[in-house]
Design a protein around this ligand. Sequence first.
Ligand code: W29
Ligand code: MN
Ligand code: MN
Ligand code: MN
Length: 261
Amino acid sequence: PIKTAEEIEKMRVAGRLAAEVLEMLAPHVKPGVTTRELDDIAHKYMTEVQGTTPATLNYHGFPKSMCTSINHVVCHGIPCDEDVLQDGDIVNIDVTVIKDGYHGDTSKMFLIGEVSLEDKRLCRVTQESLYHAIKKVKPGATVGDIGTAIQKFIKSSNTRYSIVKEYCGHGIGASFHEDPQVVHYKNNDRTILKPGMCFTIEPMINAGKYGTVLDEDDGWTVYTIDGKKSAQWEHTLLVTETGVEILTLREEETIPRHINH
Ligand SMILES: CCc1ccsc1-c1ccc(O)c(O)c1
Ligand SMILES: [Mn+2]
Ligand SMILES: [Mn+2]
Ligand SMILES: [Mn+2]
């Protein structure tokens, strides 16, 4: 639904806080650390420093305060003692915080030590696909323009990458997931974007072929079928009168916070 000015202000705060969790974690994300330790650090920071609530904890029974998806894990990796980060790993850390009743949802790829050129390229192309989609967001555009832009960009990257279809972006606000659903591939969703709408774009790109498999044991972890790596980046966005505002932007990013058309 369309947010009021007061709600938009709360979304700005939640988005900034979510981005700050990723920024706070960065110095800790290095070879030898476990994803469980990172989760503990994040949980402590959210609850004791930010006064935010981790939205993923106990969400449909998810047991931790963030998702950590390493290499060929597509999404929903569970922080654990067994996952020790090592040289060459690419890791998505996905955080959603709740502040004053409103959600901020964002994720980035962390490259551990020396990462291969092909894995660096997967991460970079995935981030660029998110940025291309963000640049399409403005009043009067459609939800379909987003996935169509991602697919066009991935096709033009002359790679054999595939776009994960089973998981998508989503409206966000007082709820973690709201309308609309935002798929990351070419589609004809004619839902019109309007000022005050908030949603995420969170493309998952596989180095290999399309398709995912769910870990039956933990009921959460999603893997690529062919064991090749997968990358994901996510931002929470606000449709403005003239374009888009990126509510979860980090200092390190080159894309501007406001894009006006
Ligand atoms: C782990 C939280 C969760 C549980 C079921 S879907 C989901 C999830 C994880 C990351 C997200 O960005 C998202 O929108 C949903
Ligand atoms: Mn997320
Ligand atoms: Mn999300
Ligand atoms: Mn991955």
